[in-house]
Design a protein around this ligand. Structure first.
Ligand code: DP6
Length: 312
């Protein structure tokens, strides 16, 4: 029996300019350009894939728990893409472990599908370049195509590209405030489809987002923290306004999320030291510089009870 096995890790990423909406639902081609920063090992996924002709079907063990429902289905569909593309016939056993606590409400599809794409091609002995790997990860989850790179990344079409190495601005950190341990009620996949179909605010967003992408790239390039913070907060606010404008509306932010926004405004009174951004969930990503990480985390803990903090 010939088994093909490999292990790979990938970190999650936080979008400074959000990807939201698809031009092609099946291939996952985005409506707009996004820009992200890949996070550290504290928010990563390590995945082992074994392909074998002895396996009657695909299996998935996620954080030590055997999955059978939707999660396995998504993984299996992704493996189908790989099997078709590289003429592979074997099923696979996938074992995946997140570095962050299970059920802490943190999204893991970006790091999850990036690690799965990497481990799969390695297990199969397929040599592909970074762009092709990114394009492959994209078929699992859009945001995953950015997680095959470290540092600062942009994604517009079929693959993502690194714009700056992590070493360009290593002081930039993400203080992740985990508010909700629940799985989100509405998946980003379903929500973004509904936004594209029903929101006028979203149509307007598409006309301004490219300019904002340029501003964020410039802010990163020049390490202009106040400009970066202002622009990512603007994009996050606009993104959540589009969700509100979606019919029926989609709400991811909670009372605690708004409390964090207030706390950020207070912390920035004299000098801009932190910027917030929220993905499709209530957890806050507070972008700040290394020197402010401790005080930002402390401030949040004092203002809001019952939250945990992960430094990414
Ligand atoms: C709000 O990548 O999870 O985090 O492509 O349907 O799998 P699918 O969606 P997904 O959406 C991420 C949306 C976001 C913004 C972002 O990461 O750019």
């Amino acid at each position: 029996m010939q088994t093909k096995k490999a292990t790979a890790s990938a970190s999650s990423n936080i979008a400074f300019i959000k990807y939201w909406g698809k031009k092609d639902e099946e291939k996952i081609i985005p409506m707009n350009t996004s820009v992200s920063m890949t996070l550290r090992d504290s928010v990563s996924t390590t995945t082992t894939v074994t392909f074998s002709s002895q396996f009657p079907k695909d299996t998935l063990v996620l954080n030590g728990k055997k999955e059978v429902g939707k999660k396995l289905e998504k993984v299996s569909q992704f493996l189908d893409v790989i099997r078709k593309k590289f003429a592979v016939h074997e099923h696979a056993a996938v074992e995946s472990q997140n570095s962050f606590p299970t059920g802490c409400g943190m999204a893991s599809s970006a790091s999850g599908f990036a690690a799965l794409a990497m481990a799969s091609v390695e297990a199969l002995g397929i040599a592909i370049g970074k762009k092709e790997l990114s394009a492959l990860a994209r078929r699992g989850s859009g945001s995953a195509c950015r997680s095959v790179y470290t540092g600062f990344v942009t994604w517009s079409g079929s693959f993502a590209e690194q714009i700056y190495e992590k070493s360009h601005w290593p002081e930039l950190r993400d203080v992740i405030v985990v508010i909700d341990a629940e799985e989100k009620k509405m998946s980003s996949r379903d929500a973004m489809k509904r936004t594209v179909e029903t929101s006028g605010a979203y149509k307007k967003r598409l006309t301004v987002v490219d300019d904002r992408v340029e501003v964020v790239k410039q802010a990163i390039g020049q390490k202009d923290f106040p400009l970066l913070a202002k622009t990512i907060m603007e994009d996050s606010d606009e993104f959540h306004a589009c969700l509100k404008d979606t019919k029926p509306s989609v709400t991811y932010l909670t009372e605690k999320s708004y409390k964090i926004i207030d706390a950020v405004r207070r912390m920035n009174t004299d000098q801009v030291i932190v910027g917030y951004t929220f993905d499709a969930g209530p957890n806050a990503h507070l972008i700040t510089l290394e020197e402010h990480v401790e005080s930002v985390a402390q401030n949040i803990k004092e203002c809001i009870g019952g939250v945990s903090i992960i430094i990414g």
